[in-house]
Design a protein around this ligand. Structure first.
Ligand code: G1P
Ligand code: ZN
Length: 543
């Protein structure tokens, strides 16, 4: 078989965002577009000759084409072996688990996460390093720089491989091993959680759950683990992965997982509900008539970790992204462990996990995970909750209320303004930035601004410095709001407004978050002129 060197032209804008390179499918379909980026990844890496690469994606439209191209390019560029998921499928946490288990050189994940799929939807590609986590900025910046000077790429002239057959085939000098997508991941889950106890809970017949895979990648994982292994028979929804996610938006939140929300808030609601996103790294947790914010979920998992076999010896520390609520900080303080505040994006947790400084990590954006892999992990969070429920034998609502009674409640909400004109969104951010000097001391009713700044972060492990990670406005007494522009959107700009206030008073704990935060929501509009800059009266999504 012959290696071809294809000359190519440059593409502007191949810059990885919060989580890899994400673009509309049509952009990826341009001749050489994917190939340039893949070659830029390979050109940036050193010392992979003869080594193992892990490859898989969430099965969205274009996954099948991209996998074949990348296999042929990996062979042409000198990898020794590629472990590829059955039919090209691997969830993002499973890629991370497989990289770690086989001590691979790295991995490529094909996904645009929770963004819609199909020919009109989005596609994405992300490189993960040998610890199983997303490449740090140093590498993603080098990849981007390379895309701006690339002249050619290498690809093997070969037929497409049959990825439906498990086993190993030789492709030129490289082995391709098609692995079962679920087995290694399921074993890892079994090593962390008390499967027997969870199985007992289902067997009792009294416990009902609904898990919504949203026609995305967690379907096969949920079938194998929740249904076949743990006995949640007949409790799973939408478990066949589809290239366009059935036309849905595979984002597990109150807006896009509405069918599941309706079941959990309806008559005869099951005790537990959960959903995962396109590539399986996000999770939403619900109880009967009850929604657990991701920030609270992280705090509850931390406070109950001693009940779960994989974490019973204690946590080294907790890490959360800056916009995530401080609920976990209160648990960390009670446990006498550190709580780290990082910029948005899972890549910032990698160093803390590798250095043994943190065990649990979480983001308000429905991401929770631990040191078992280096990605957030949707099904892991669901199993963690199931393990806690099996041990505590209480409802999700009871567990949450007891948690708030002990630690107080951090009322929390995120308002997203999706696909607004970039110019207006940038103006809004700049205008806040220009007023940092004059905002402290300004009063809005009962609220007085204590500080206004741009979040920056120095990594405590390698001292790398990251700036402009979101505008924070803090009020006397601890309430705060954060304004940030999304780094994962593909159309215009997405403005995210994060709101938080704290109450230790149990009498207030049943308040709806939008009610508890109503004053702050008004102040945000007054301060930032959201309507004026974006032309929007209402957020697109409230979580
Ligand atoms: C969003 C979330 C962020 C998460 C990322 C990848 O990024 O806010 O927490 O890590 O997706 O799932 P954003 O669009 O805000 O840049
Ligand atoms: Zn995702």
């Amino acid at each position: 078989m012959q290696i071809h060197t294809i000359s190519t032209q440059l593409f502007a804008g191949q810059k990885p965002g919060t989580s890899g390179l994400r673009k509309q499918v049509q952009v990826f379909q341009q001749a050489h577009y994917l190939e340039n980026f893949v070659q830029a990844i390979f050109d940036t890496l050193e010392g992979y000759a003869g080594k193992t690469l892990v490859l898989g994606g969430d099965g969205r439209y274009y996954n099948r084409n991209a996998i074949q191209t990348i296999l042929k390019m990996a062979a042409a560029n000198g990898f020794g072996r590629v472990l590829v998921g059955h039919n090209g499928l691997l969830s993002t946490p499973a890629v991370s688990a497989v990289i770690r288990q086989y001590q691979a050189f790295g991995g490529i994940v094909l996904s645009a996460s929770h963004n819609p799929g199909g020919p009109e939807g989005d596609f994405g590609i992300k490189y993960n390093i040998s610890n199983g986590g997303p490449a740090p900025e140093k590498i993603t910046e080098a990849i981007y720089a390379r895309t701006q000077s690339i002249r050619s790429y290498k690809i093997l002239a070969a037929d497409d491989l049959d990825l439906a057959r498990l086993g190993t085939v030789q492709v030129a000098d490289m082995q391709v091993e098609v692995i079962d997508s679920v087995t290694d991941y399921a074993k890892l889950m079994e090593s962390l959680f008390d499967f027997d106890r969870i199985n007992q809970m289902f067997k009792s017949g009294a416990f009902q759950m609904r898990f919504d895979a949203m026609h995305a990648i967690t379907g096969p994982y949920a079938k194998a683990i929740l249904e076949q292994r743990l006995g949640a028979a007949g409790m799973l929804l939408n478990c066949t992965p589809l290239e366009d996610f059935g036309g849905g938006h595979p984002d597990p939140n109150l807006t896009y997982a509405k069918d599941l929300v309706d079941i959990l808030f309806g008559a005869d609601a099951p005790q537990f509900g959960a959903a995962s996103d396109g590539d399986g790294d996000r999770n939403m947790i619900l109880g009967a008539h009850c929604f657990v914010t991701p920030s609270d979920s992280l705090a509850v998992l931390a406070a109950n970790a001693h009940l779960v076999p994989g974490y019973k010896d204690g946590l080294a520390g907790i890490a959360r992204s800056m916009p995530t609520s401080a609920a976990a900080d209160r648990v960390a303080a009670a446990l006498g462990i550190d709580c780290f505040e990082t910029p948005t994006g899972w890549k910032f947790f990698g160093n803390l996990l590798d250095a043994g400084k943190a065990t649990l990590c979480g983001e308000e954006s429905f991401g929770t995970g631990s040191n078992h892999v280096r990605e957030k992990d949707g099904l892991w969070a669901v199993l963690f909750w199931l393990n806690i429920l099996a041990v505590r034998q209480q409802s999700v609502g009871q567990i949450l209320r007891e948690h708030w009674a002990r630690f107080g409640r951090n009322f929390y909400s995120r308002h997203d303004y999706e696909a607004v004109p970039s110019e207006g969104a940038n103006r809004l951010i700049d205008s806040l930035r220009n007023r940092f000097g004059i905002l402290p001391g300004q009063r809005f009713g009962d609220y007085e601004i204590e500080f206004a700044d741009d979040f920056s972060y120095t990594d405590p492990v390698d001292q790398s410095f990251t700036q402009q990670q979101g505008i924070r406005i803090g009020f006397v007494g601890g309430s705060r709001m954060v304004f940030r522009l999304s780094g994962t959107g593909t159309a215009g700009a997405t403005l995210r407004l994060y709101l938080e206030s704290y109450s230790a008073d149990s009498a207030t704990h049943n308040l709806d978050a939008q009610v508890a935060l109503a004053d702050l929501i008004k102040i945000a509009e007054e301060l930032a002129g959201i309507r004026q800059h974006t032309g929007r009266d209402q957020p697109t999504v409230i979580t």
